[in-house]
Design a protein around this ligand. Structure first.
Ligand code: SF4
Length: 394
């Protein structure tokens, strides 16, 4: 059974009931002896009463993380290839109807950006692109993957969902990880947020990690984007998805990201709130209920909160991120344009020589990678720049 079929059979009503009514005593019981399967425990840890046990949950989460993963935080950087997109996603600056400055980097420019990131220490790079077959073709993605894999050993992608067969050349070019956020697992909200383009197909996106696994990816990343629908329901859906992938895609590492909406072009306002304290509890709940998943924290969150979360359960973190193509070196600035109905439109005279491509969203932790690494060392952890090599699965 695919996750789409399993998803439609999830007992959301009873899980949500637990996520709202489980007593604090249940959280204490789970912290000392979690059940397996873990989804019902996970839901109980989200209840308002479980908040009174936050300290205990954080301690437990930290212990489990140290035992499973050691005292290390694996660092990576996103490298944006293109901000062209044929979709309209209400919350994203790259949406096709936003009149933003766009560019698609050439493979040479991508290599230049990757060399800059490698000089900062990174050995793990996430290639990110909007979804636009005219600018971001499958061949282009394979070529960029090859270029970056010649510079760093670990390359992941966060791009529009593809067919299994289309992923294979990208895996053959050196990519080992695929990240695909479902954004929201609420079908009704999903329909309202995605008003145009192939991303409207909820099920096609939901099945994407399985297709990626079948093509040979050995790290699968999933997430909900918190701020679109009820956070408890979203978290339960992500947990169910992770639980399914751990079984179905057992040769892969499964990672869960915890992104909250950030300001972007188009100025979309979050529809729901996940507070800092609730985010902390979410990290602990994922770790206690699912000890083997990787937990990813991006620069969407401010430095002080990230520093507090690092030792609680986080295994992977980005640092020094830019969310615009060419952000690390200025590559591609001479190619900036707007795009109207898929046609490139040259810039008018009102854009000076300092113009840069529009970013996907604002980041909140503006520290350099070196500063983040130093902070990780100061809290007694080791920053790890390289956490994967093809030799591991050879
Ligand atoms: S979220 Fe992704 S698919 Fe949607 S507009 Fe942004 S880049 Fe395009």
């Amino acid at each position: 059974m695919s996750f789409v079929a399993a998803f439609d059979r999830l007992p959301f009503a009873s899980l949500l009931d637990r996520a709202h009514t489980a007593p604090a005593a249940e959280a204490r019981r789970i912290a000392s002896s979690p059940d397996s399967p873990a989804l019902a425990d996970f839901a109980a840890l989200l209840s308002p009463e479980a908040d009174s046990e936050l300290e205990l949950l954080c301690r437990r989460s930290q212990e489990i993380t140290r035992r499973r993963f050691g005292r290390v935080i694996r660092l990576f950087a996103p490298l944006y290839l293109s901000n062209e997109c044929i979709n309209n996603c209400a919350y994203c600056g790259f949406s096709r109807d936003n009149a933003i400055l766009r560019v698609t980097l050439s493979p040479d420019d991508v290599a230049r950006e990757a060399r800059e990131l490698a000089s900062q220490g990174f050995r793990n790079i996430l290639l990110v692109a909007g979804e636009h077959p005219k600018f971001v073709s499958n061949d282009y993605l394979a070529e960029c993957t090859r270029a970056v894999h010649g510079i760093v050993p670990s390359v992941s992608l966060e791009v529009g969902p593809m067919e299994t067969e289309d992923y294979r050349p990208i895996v053959a070019s050196g990519a080992d990880g695929l990240v695909v956020y479902q954004e929201t697992y609420d079908r009704e909200v999903y329909g309202r947020m995605h008003t145009a383009g192939p991303k409207r197909n909820f099920d096609w996106r939901l099945e994407c990690p399985e297709r990626a696994y079948d093509a040979g990816f050995r790290r699968l990343g999933i997430a909900a984007l918190y701020g679109l629908a009820d956070w408890r329901r979203e978290a339960i859906a992500v947990a169910a998805h992770a639980e399914y992938l751990l079984r179905r895609c057992w040769k892969s590492m499964v990672t869960v990201s915890l992104p909250r909406l950030r300001p972007c072009a188009g100025e979309f306002q979050p529809l729901t709130l996940l507070s800092d304290r609730e985010l902390v509890r979410l990290v602990a709940a994922f770790r206690i209920a699912f000890p083997d998943i990787g937990l990813v924290l991006s620069t969407r969150e401010p430095a002080a909160l990230r520093d507090g979360l690092f030792p609680l359960g986080i295994t992977h973190a980005s640092a020094g991120s830019h969310t615009e193509p060419g952000g690390y070196t200025g590559a591609g600035r001479d190619q900036l344009h707007t795009t109207v109905r898929g046609r490139v439109v040259a810039l008018g005279g009102d854009h000076g020589p300092g113009a840069v491509a529009t970013a996907q969203f604002e980041i909140a932790d503006n520290r350099t990678p070196a500063a983040v690494a130093e902070r990780i060392r100061r809290i007694g952890y080791e920053p790890v720049w390289k956490d994967w090599d093809a030799a591991l699965t050879a």
